[in-house]
Design a protein around this ligand. Structure first.
Ligand code: UDP
Length: 325
């Protein structure tokens, strides 16, 4: 059945891929995005409303004017270092504005919410792979802002029946397999696009943040998950909420860890280009190893990642990156 979904942050990296997928599956989409980091031309379907999710009057007009079957929320600030330097900005954008959105949903009777959470809610892992019951001990304001919202969601469900799924992403990467969309952060801070910009000659070199970690090659290990697979999981989460099943929190990762050096090697193979590497100090707040146990998403949501090979993730990101001017 076709539904109408409000995608907040639908002009951003993951949100724009979500909008395209929803439209492909026949759903109507409205995007709310302030274009602070998103791109107008990344919204491939539906109507784009330019505005702030913390603007209650705007939300009242939007949610009062038409019937939405769900809200998906991708609009957040995501840089750990910035969150340490400017915590208020993170609590304002990621927590306070999200609360305004949730209050507006309650006021207008929209009862299904899919929230972009993060592996950063776990902090320094006590065990790897990390399952959802691992203690939540975020080590920076970014992770805390996401965990605060997850806790608010549990309270709002208990009190008001607002049903939600929180999806804890590990390292979102890759690009639309059809080549229409990709990652365009400014400034870019993520490893794979930075490595590919070095391969494309748009960046002189890539710096490895720390070579003395307790891992097989001394560099950090992460679980890279394809953006298209993330979006499929969001769709399954929506369908679960629409079917009346309970929500909850789910990890999204492939369960495979790759070191920074392995990512760079893979990029050299995929691109056939030389990539200059510098070795630098550790970046504050980076755990040595973050790998997901995503059994719950597989078993409960029926999630089956299709692009789980790092080669594929890097190849899709490269197709996007190398096509840019
Ligand atoms: N990283 C790096 N050089 C860079 C950017 C990232 O060595 O220029 C490392 C970073 O320390 C981490 C991994 O690559 O171990 C992934 O970082 P990213 O910022 O992509 O994602 P995060 O793990 O912070 O969500």
């Amino acid at each position: 059945m076709a539904r109408h979904v409000l995608v907040v942050g639908g002009a951003g990296y993951i949100g724009s891929h979500m909008v395209a997928l929803l439209a492909e599956r026949g759903h109507a989409v409205t995007v709310l995005d302030d274009l602070s980091s998103g791109h107008r031309d990344a919204v491939l379907a539906g109507e784009l409303v330019v505005g702030d999710l913390g603007d209650r009057a705007l939300l009242d007009a939007l949610l009062g004017g038409r019937r939405f079957d769900a809200v998906m929320h991708f609009a957040a600030r995501i840089q750990v270092a910035e969150s340490v330097a400017q915590p208020a900005r993170y609590y304002r954008n990621n927590v306070a504005a999200t609360l305004t959105l949730l209050e507006a949903m309650l006021a207008h009777g929209v009862g299904a919410f899919v929230f972009s959470s993060t592996a950063a809610v776990y902090g320094e892992p006590q065990r790897v792979p990390i399952d959802e019951d691992h203690p939540k001990a975020p080590v920076n304001p970014y992770g805390r802002s996401k965990w605060m919202v997850e806790q608010m969601l549990a309270d709002l469900e208990a009190a008001h029946g607002l049903r939600s799924v929180s999806l804890r992403y590990f390292n979102a990467a890759g690009a639309d397999p059809a080549g229409r969309l990709g990652e365009r952060h400014d400034p870019e801070t993520h490893l794979i696009p930075l490595v590919l910009q070095a391969a494309a000659g748009r960046r002189e070199a890539v710096t490895v943040f720390g070579t003395d970690y307790d891992t097989h090659d001394g560099t950090c290990i992460r679980d890279y998950v394809h953006v298209a697979d993330l979006c499929e999981a969001h769709l399954l989460a929506l369908e679960r909420l629409w079917a009346g099943a309970p929500g909850g929190a789910f990890n999204l990762g492939n369960g495979n860890g790759f070191s920074v050096r392995e990512v760079i090697e893979t990029a050299r193979r995929v691109t056939g280009r030389a990539i200059r590497v510098r070795e630098g100090p550790r970046r504050a707040g980076d755990p040595a190893r973050l790998v997901a146990d995503s059994r719950r998403a597989r078993e409960v949501l029926g999630w089956r990642p299709r692009h789980d090979a790092l080669e594929t993730i890097v190849a899709h990101a490269w197709a996007w990156e190398s096509a840019r001017a």
